[in-house]
Every structure is written in C-alpha cells, then in structure tokens.
Design a protein around this ligand. Structure first.
Ligand code: PGA
Length: 260
C-alpha cells in the first residue's frame, strides 16, 4: 500500500499564490511511486493548477463539492464539474460538518458521488473534545465511518481512504489545539479496521489506507507515520509552509524505506 501525504490548504492562498506555491513544491518533490503526495487547493485554483501540476509527482484533491451532477443549486460546484481536474476529494471534513452543518447523510451522498465519478474520496471522521471526554469516541467514529460508507460496496471500498482527525487536534480554530498521542491514534485506527472487517471483510479492512490528521508538523510526523496502522497524513497548517510540507514528505519516505 502507498503512503499518502495530503496537504489541505483550506481557504488560504489566492489563485496566483496557489500557483507559486505549487511551483515551489514541484521543484523539490521527486517522482516516488510508493508515496502519493496530494494537495487540496481552493476550488478556484483547481482548474489552473490542474494544467500546471506534474501528476507523476503530485496529485490534486478537491476540498468540497456537491453530490448532484448539474442543476439549480446556486453557488455549488458539482463532482462532475471537477472530475477531470482532481484525483481525490475530501469528504466530511470536520469543518464541513461543524461549521457548515454537513450530516452523515450528506457525507454518504458525497462519498457515493465521488466514487461514481471516479474520484477517490478521503472520508474524514473524528470526535470532538466533549465526545472524547464523555467516552463517546468509539460510537462517534463508528457512526461516521458506517454513515459515510453506507452505500459503498466491498469492491468500491478499495477506492476509499479514511482519515481520522479528532476535532480537538485540528489547528486554526481559536483555542490552541491539543496534540493527539500516537497511542490514542493507533487505538482509533485499530477500531476503524475492526469496523471495516465486521462490515466488509479482513482483507478490505487491512488494505484500506488510514491517514491521521490534526496539528501534524515535521516535529511530530514520524510519531504518527511509525504507527503500524498509519498509511499517511492529512495536514492543514503545516502544508501551507513549503519547507515544513517538504520535510514531512521526506520523513514519510524515510519511515517507509526503514520499514521495507
Ligand atoms: P491542521 O489541520 O493540520 O492545521 O490541524 C488538519 C485538517 O484539518 O485537515
């Protein structure tokens, strides 16, 4: 299985800045077949960046889209409008769930739409601080995983990536985020594999890539990447700083080579 390093630029960078930033990354990122480097710029930048990117080195992801193909949905961008620009799409990011009110039903429709259009959905799940404090992490993660995958066949699960992002560990929301302990992360990875194995089977459970996200930086990337069940990282803030993001890519490459 590949290792995935995904940068989520969120609502940062103008189109021009996005293009300059991508240019910087492309100068340094090598072609590495066992490591998939992906960035998710704003929807505005997807079209120009799709012409600029070298897809052997890096791929593009959408941060969001609407699950219908065309129609009277003012302000939305459909999955079929972006399908030729990107390979991946984030679905169910906690900022979509908690700031914009996306429900598990919306998330399920988006996962299905991404798969229908040939994109790999990166399904994001994770509990809030309150839910963790009340001992609800297992139930929340189970509901979000099963809710998002409800319409996904065993065959299609092979095209899905799951990112565990505890909401309390995500930076940029006022309060300083807490850093998740690798042991806690590994527990949730094991839980997700168990849910997948009970719902599908052991082989798909083992082969579904699991990413961690939440205040990942070059300083702590190795502690997550070294976890037995970790197949990559979803990075927000640190992906906006080229040397940080490039360092994390190098760390991922080294951890992978050491494991081989
Ligand atoms: P962060 O964001 O790395 O800035 O905490 C991660 C994410 O929201 O995907």
């Amino acid at each position: 299985m590949k290792t995935y390093i995904v940068g989520n630029w969120k609502m940062n960078f103008t189109v021009g800045e996005s293009s300059l930033f991508l240019h910087k990354l492309l100068q340094k990122v090598r072609i590495m077949r066992d490591l998939e480097v992906v960035v998710a710029p704003s929807l505005m930048a997807l079209q120009p960046l799709s012409l600029q990117i070298d897809r052997r080195k890096m791929k593009l992801a959408a941060q969001n889209f609407y699950d219908k193909d065309f129609g009277a949905y003012t302000g939305e961008v459909s999955v079929s409008q972006i399908r030729s620009l990107v390979n991946y799409a984030l679905v169910g990011h906690s900022e979509r769930r908690y700031i914009f009110g996306e429900t598990d039903k919306d998330v399920r429709a988006k996962v299905a739409a991404a798969l229908r259009c040939g994109l790999t959905p990166i399904l994001c799940v994770g509990e809030t601080a309150e839910e963790r404090a009340c001992g609800e992490t297992t139930d929340v993660v189970r509901d979000q995983v099963l809710g998002g995958l409800q319409d996904v066949s065993k065959e299609d699960l092979g095209k899905v990536i799951i990112a565990y992002e505890p909401v309390w560990a995500i930076s940029g929301h006022g309060k300083p985020a807490r850093v998740a302990s690798p042991l806690d992360v590994e527990d949730v990875f094991k839980l997700i594999r168990k849910i997948l194995s009970e719902t599908y089977d052991d082989s798909v459970a083992e082969s579904t890539p699991l990413l961690f996200g939440g205040s990942v930086k070059s300083l702590n990337a190795e502690s997550y990447l070294s976890l037995p069940d970790c197949n990559g990282l979803l990075i927000g803030g640190a992906s906006l700083i080229a040397p940080e993001f490039l360092d994390i890519i190098e760390i991922a490459k080294r951890v992978r080579d050491d494991r081989a």
